[in-house]
Design a protein around this ligand. Structure first.
Ligand code: PMP
Length: 446
């Protein structure tokens, strides 16, 4: 594969952008391939190389790179009427009505422009609503580039995870391990009266894909309710992907107080949203006192793209298609691993998938294991050793993923997320042939 053009573009980019990119995760080794265009489930780079794409923009592209005609028409027609106005439009009302109809916890929505903006606003809302300052987050969870959640450490000893954040922010954030019942109970015993909210992804999707163990989300729901704190589900990735239109909260049957959205809800355009009961969401200005505002919020082109996309998904077999192919892929990779790398593990659900290069030793007695990706099933032979927390995933062969496996898959025409941690996605444009071809390449590469 020739990458001369991408190499030359990266050389130029290094002079004008920090690290040559506009989002850190894109700076793949030794240099990224620059994308010229998308085509169905594939992307074509600046040198004309074609890759089957499972990055899918890191989640927003439910349809892949070819939108259904109706969705494309809605976007083009809205853009042709002038990009935005600074005054309300019909389409943002219709989109908010759609979300309220389908997502169990949502009556009202405030639209913003990114997942980060959504979680920043949700944290401020929770603090304003409860008049408390502390928030609890999961170690290895990700909520965007924001001060309150870029915090790491243990209960008594937290610190910002990046320079540029004053230490004082870390005093108000308590990171706990995902799926750990005891630690969260201790945290609420010690700080219950000061905790505004637990902010968690229902599935850790930025960290190898870790599903909740049985009863964990219910436990969070109960603890927060008993202590007058709010439960915030960050469904930026899982929203309108896991569980279809009801989102992960519908699939797991646990209703949070606040939900943050991003990615799919904007149909591929920059978006975020904060949804919940009217009683809570109305605390945002101007109906309430928690300040929230944005020039581009509820952008008409984004709203048109998001609304047309979700309506199309409601009326067609979109979720059946992506989930079936996701299942086939997870099943196929599970079979390949059984033969070639029994210590590795397939994770994921619905249209999300990943392989974790776990270092654990496989036993020969593993007949009863999850065949379509780890589901945290207690009767599974691997239950006690499959990753339950973010740090479990961090102990995998992360360098091998990044420096060898990812590179070799890419050279064979398969575009995966470049690190061990982030999820991969199947889109409506993927076909059975794409999946079978991908499995062939896994077989050659693993
Ligand atoms: N929350 C979650 C769960 C995410 O995965 C992300 C980004 N991948 C964000 C928030 C931040 O979203 P954005 O990159 O749109 O700011």
């Amino acid at each position: 594969m020739n990458h001369d053009e991408s190499r030359a573009l990266y050389d130029r980019a290094l002079a004008v952008s920090p690290g040559g990119v506009n989002s850190s995760v894109r700076a793949t080794q030794p240099y990224p391939f620059f994308i010229e265009r998308g085509d169905g489930a594939a992307v074509i780079d600046a040198d004309g190389n074609r890759y089957i794409d499972y990055v899918m923009g890191y989640g927003p592209l439910l349809f892949g790179h070819d939108q259904p005609e109706r969705v494309r028409a809605a976007i083009q027609s809205q853009a042709a009427d002038g990009p935005m106005y600074g005054a309300p439009t019909r389409i943002e009302v219709e989109h908010a009505e759609f979300v309220a109809r389908h997502v169990p916890s949502v009556e009202m929505t405030r639209f913003v422009n990114s997942g980060t903006e959504a979680t920043v606003s949700a944290v401020r809302l929770a603090r304003g609503y409860t008049d408390r300052d502390k928030i609890v987050v999961m170690k290895g969870g990700y909520h965007g580039a924001q001060e309150s959640t870029l915090v790491e450490g243990t209960l008594q000893d937290t610190e910002p995870s990046t320079p540029g954040i004053p230490d004082v922010f870390a005093e108000y954030t308590i990171p706990v391990p995902f799926n750990d019942f005891e630690t969260i109970e201790t945290v609420f015993e010690d700080y219950g009266e000061d905790i505004a909210a637990i902010l968690t992804e229902p599935i850790l999707a930025n960290n190898g894909i870790v599903l909740p163990v049985d009863g964990y989300l219910e436990h969070l729901r109960e603890l927060t309710a008993n202590h007058g704190a709010l439960l915030i589900f960050d469904e930026v990735i899982t929203g309108f992907r896991v569980g279809g239109l009801q989102c992960a909260q519908g699939k797991f049957g646990v209703t949070p107080d606040i939900t943050t959205f991003g990615k799919i809800i904007g149909g591929g355009f920059p978006v975020g949203a904060i949804g919940g009961d009217a009683d809570i969401i109305e605390h945002f200005t101007p109906s309430g006192e928690v300040f929230q505002s944005g020039t581009f919020s509820g952008h008409p082109v984004t709203m048109a793209a998001g609304h047309a996309s979700l309506q199309y998904a409601a009326e067609n077999d979109v979720y059946d298609h992506v989930n079936q192919l996701g299942e086939r892929l997870r099943e196929g990779i599970t079979d390949i691993l059984a033969d070639q790398a029994p210590n590795y593990l397939v994770v994921g659900t619905d249209s999300m998938f990943k392989t974790i290069f776990t270092k654990r030793r496989a036993s020969s007695q593993e007949a009863d294991v999850c065949q379509r990706g780890c589901q945290q099933r207690e009767s599974c032979a691997r239950y006690t050793e499959c990753p339950k927390t973010g740090s479990d995933v961090g102990q995998a062969e992360t360098e091998r993923w990044e420096r060898i496996f990812w590179q070799e898959m890419k050279d064979r025409g398969i575009f995966l997320t470049a690190n061990q941690f982030e999820s991969q996605f199947v889109s409506y444009s993927h076909t059975e042939e794409d999946i079978e071809k991908t499995l062939e390449v896994y077989k050659e590469t693993i």
